[in-house]
Design a protein around this ligand. Structure first.
Ligand code: CTP
Length: 219
C-alpha cells in the first residue's frame, strides 16, 4: 500500500535567523515510517527539520514551514491508501517575516501571528482523501475529550492521543504512551514503551483496519 506520513516540527520564520517552532523530535513519525517499510509498503515521509537519518527506502520530502508541508501533502495524498499525520505543525506563523535580521531595541517587540493551514483538517475537505486517516492529538488536559473532538472535526478514522504533560513520554522523548480513539467510541490505551515498539503496534492496528483504495481506472 502507499502510506503518507508527516513528521517532525515546522519552522515559521521571523527573520533570516529566527523562527517559531516546537520540541518535536520527529521520532514517532520516523518510527512509524520504519514500521511501514518493514512491511514492504511504499512510504512517502514529509518531514520538518529533524536530526534523524531518513529511513532507508522511504521517499523523503523535506519541508520547513507549515505551508510547505501543506503543499507537499496536497500533491502526494491522492494516491495514498493510508495517511498518518504525526507532525507537530506550528499553529501560527508571523504575518510578515523580515528579510533582514531584526535589530534589538530597548522597547518591547510584538509579533503579529496568523493561523497556519490545518493540514489534517484539509485531508477530507480540501484534498478529498478517501483512505484511512490517522491523526495525533497532543494534549495537556482532558486528553480523551479533546482527542474525540479532533476525531470528529477532522473526520479521522483514528486519533492517537498523547498526554504531553507527563514527563518522559511524547515530545522529544524516546518513549511514548498513547490512547487510541476510534469513531465508534472505542478507546484503547497502550502502555509506555519505546517509540519503535509502539510504532510497530500502531502500524499493525492501522493496517488491520485500513482497506486499500480501488485501483484508478486508466483513461
Ligand atoms: N495538524 C496539522 N496541521 C496543523 C495542525 C495540526 O496537520 N496546522 C495535525 C497534527 O499533525 C496532528 C493533529 O493535526 O495529527 C492534531 O494536532 P494538534 O496540534 O494536537 O491539534 P490542533 O489541530 O492544532 O488543535 P489544538 O492546537 O487546538 O489542540
Amino acid at each position: 500500500m502507499n502510506i503518507l506520513i508527516t513528521a517532525g516540527p515546522t519552522r515559521e520564520p521571523i527573520d533570516p535567523v529566527r523562527y517559531l517552532s516546537n520540541r518535536s523530535s520527529g521520532k514517532m513519525g520516523y518510527a512509524l515510517a520504519q514500521a511501514a517499510l518493514n512491511h514492504n509498503h511504499h512510504v512517502t515521509l514529509i518531514s520538518g527539520p529533524v536530526s534523524l537519518p531518513a529511513p532507508s527506502g522511504a521517499h523523503l520530502i523535506p519541508v520547513e514551514t507549515a505551508l510547505q508541508m501543506f503543499d507537499a501533502v496536497r500533491t502526494t495524498i491522492s494516491h495514498c491508501d493510508i495517511a498518518i499525520f504525526a507532525a507537530a505543525v506550528a499553529d501560527y506563523r508571523p504575518v510578515t517575516s523580515s528579510s533582514q535580521k531584526l535589530k534589538k531595541h530597548p522597547s518591547s517587540l510584538s509579533l503579529h501571528l496568523e493561523p497556519t493551514e490545518d493540514i489534517l483538517g484539509s485531508a477530507r475537505s480540501l484534498f478529498n482523501f478517501s483512505g484511512y486517516l490517522v491523526g495525533f492529538a497532543a494534549e495537556t488536559e482532558n486528553l480523551i475529550a479533546h482527542a474525540q473532538s479532533k476525531l470528529t472535526r477532522k473526520k479521522c478514522d483514528l486519533i492517537i492521543a498523547n498526554d504531553v504533560s507527563q514527563p518522559g513520554i511524547g515530545f522529544d522523548s524516546t518513549e511514548n504512551a498513547v490512547t487510541l480513539c476510534f469513531p465508534n467510541g472505542e478507546i484503547h490505551p497502550l502502555p509506555k514503551q519505546s517509540k519503535q515498539t509502539l510504532a510497530a503496534v500502531l502500524f499493525d492496528t492501522i493496517l488491520a483496519r485500513a482497506t486499500p483504495l480501488p485501483p484508478t481506472p486508466h483513461a
